[in-house]
Design a protein around this ligand. Structure first.
Ligand code: NAD
Length: 496
């Protein structure tokens, strides 16, 4: 699937039924730190090839679903070992195509492997059929595979958000057609190739492209489940497209996660201040579950802002992803950079104060790449676009609030409800957390530091449908099948 074209350029092909499939046209993936440098090429999969991939998955499903869970776990564990052995190579490619610093790319592999390991350890108990003997006879509840899964992933965590789908889908006995994002297709394809090498032909297929290929995956009648991570606007198209054939869906969508700092928060806690800065600017702010709006109790607001700027200026070092001093790299693509810039400029026009944060390590690189200097935005109105929309980039508004009821309302009036965080005395923070509409709420931390793969992850409202991670993240790839064996044919309410 991936061929080393020369030392630096990777060529990716579609992978269908265990074979690389040549495509008529290819697209170039540029390096976000230097857009004139091509990291690799990936194909534009045709509609016919997408159909072929789906049919290969449908064909393989007939035998794959008969395999035992033990066999599947053995294959998945071998795949995990192969990914681990290739980690440095994968991380290098991911950094180059995505722009995330090396430590961050390693972090993505770390989370991916942690989840894949968990899925292997948990699969048997999560998928164990239940048999109940009762006064009316016997009932068997089994967790059957759904069939062909279309897995569609975004660009921000291309490997983690592909493996989060591949591992449970396959362990549960499904086959898969993966479509990575055209903004970060190379490393995800490389990892899928490694996993596919341990599984029979047709069990994992990979296609490339954007909405046109996506439409085939979401309308084809052979696809019975869609596992999608991406934007809420895209999910609305997917729901419509899939309605004709009523597909099962897990949708992990956008968020506008709030971090709430209560009166009891200690602004002199330097570790906590660094933690919130990281929770705003890790991966240049391009994480679904990162804190995207910060509310601070008015009594500590001024001091909080002062300490925040100090902490941000210490932690944020914008530079080459391959430089070990760099903590923040470029934005992944020009479209996203312009979108974030537009939000900041709009806030400025509305009267907000924009404060640049951090240190630029290499001005020449900064000027040539899709870099954005991280910014803090103060003095916004609670309904300004930069506060209510998902910025998905290196900028964050900080706003004061006066009482808990007000901030809980501000949190809950969002159309999103992915994650949130509450900072302060533990019992006060938990009490506020219980009132927030969010799939995950972290106490005295935020973003990926609060992620726990043992528990379900997903969003309220327009942040999604269903959950990934935890035992539920495995069972979501199954149909619940009840087999009833009644003791008697008597029906109490129907006359003989
Ligand atoms: P996106 O919605 O633009 O694209 C996601 C994927 O969908 C890509 O592979 C894309 O090619 C594909 N796609 C586009 N149009 C399609 C269509 N009509 N039918 C089928 N597939 C289609 O999202 P993005 O810009 O890649 O990612 C950023 C978004 O993802 C943000 O909103 C972020 O919050 C969200 N996200 C959510 C989570 C989560 O777990 N909730 C995690 C990461 C990212």
């Amino acid at each position: 699937m991936t061929i080393q074209a020369d030392q630096e350029t990777i060529i990716v092909e579609a992978f269908i039924n265990g074979q690389n499939v040549k495509s008529l046209s290819q697209l170039a993936k540029e390096n976000p730190t230097n857009p004139t440098e091509i990291v690799g090429y990936f194909p534009v999969t045709t509609k016919e090839q997408a159909v072929e991939a789906i049919e290969a998955a449908a064909g393989a499903f007939k035998t794959w679903k008969q395999t035992s869970i033990d066999e599947r776990i053995i294959m998945m564990r071998k795949a995990i070992e192969k990914i681990r052995a290739a980690e440095n190579e994968i991380v290098h490619l991911l950094s180059r195509e995505h722009g995330k610093p090396l430590y961050d790319a390693h972090g993505e592999i770390y989370v991916s492997l942690m989840w894949m390991e968990f899925a292997c350890n948990e699969a048997k108990s999560a998928l164990q059929e239940e048999i109940k003997e009762h006064e009316n006879g016997k009932t068997i509840l089994s967790y059957d595979p759904i069939g062909v899964v279309a897995a569609i992933s975004p660009w921000n965590y291309p490997i983690a958000l592909s493996t989060i789908k591949i591992a449970p889908a396959l362990l549960a006995g499904n086959t898969i057609v993966l479509k990575p994002s055209p903004y970060a297709p190379l490393a995800a394809a490389k990892v899928a190739e490694i996993i596919a090498s341990e599984f029979p032909a047709g069990v994992i297929n990979v296609v490339h492209g954007d909405a046109d290929v996506g439409v085939e995956l979401t309308t084809n009648p052979h696809v019975t489940k869609i596992a999608f991570t991406g934007g809420t606007a895209t999910a609305k198209h997917i729901i419509k497209a899939a309605s004709e054939t009523i597909k099962d869906m897990t949708l992990e969508l956008g968020g506008n996660d709030a971090a709430i700092f209560l009166e009891s928060f200690d602004v002199h806690d330097e570790r906590a201040m660094r933690r919130i800065v990281i929770s705003n600017f890790l991966t240049a702010g391009q994480i679904c579950m990162i804190a995207k709006r910060v509310y601070v109790h008015r009594s500590i607001y001024d001091e909080f802002v002062e300490k925040y700027i100090e902490a941000a200026n210490r932690w944020i070092r914008i530079g080459d992803p391959f430089d070990s001093n760099t903590t923040v790299g470029p934005v992944n693509n020009l479209k996203q950079k312009n979108y974030v810039l537009g939000l900041v400029e709009d806030a400025q026009k509305r009267g907000a104060k924009v404060i640049p944060l951090g240190q630029i390590l290499d001005q020449k690189l900064f000027d040539q790449g899709y870099y954005l200097q991280p910014t803090l935005v103060l003095g916004c109105d609670v309904h300004d676009p930069i506060v209510v929309e998902e910025q998905f980039g290196p900028t964050v508004p900080i706003l004061p609030f006066d009482d808990e009821e007000q901030v809980i309302n501000l949190h809950n009036e969002s159309i999103y409800g992915l994650t949130s965080s509450v900072w302060g005395k533990e019992e006060d923070a938990i009490s506020v957390a219980r009132q927030l509409e969010a799939g995950t709420t972290m106490i005295n931390t935020a973003a990926v530091q609060g992620l726990d793969v043992r528990f379900p992850f997903g969003g309220f409202k327009q942040s999604g449908i269903g959950r990934e991670y935890g035992a539920e993240g495995i069972r979501t790839y199954t149909e619940k099948h009840v087999i009833n064996v009644p003791k008697t044919l008597d029906l109490p309410y129907i006359p003989e």
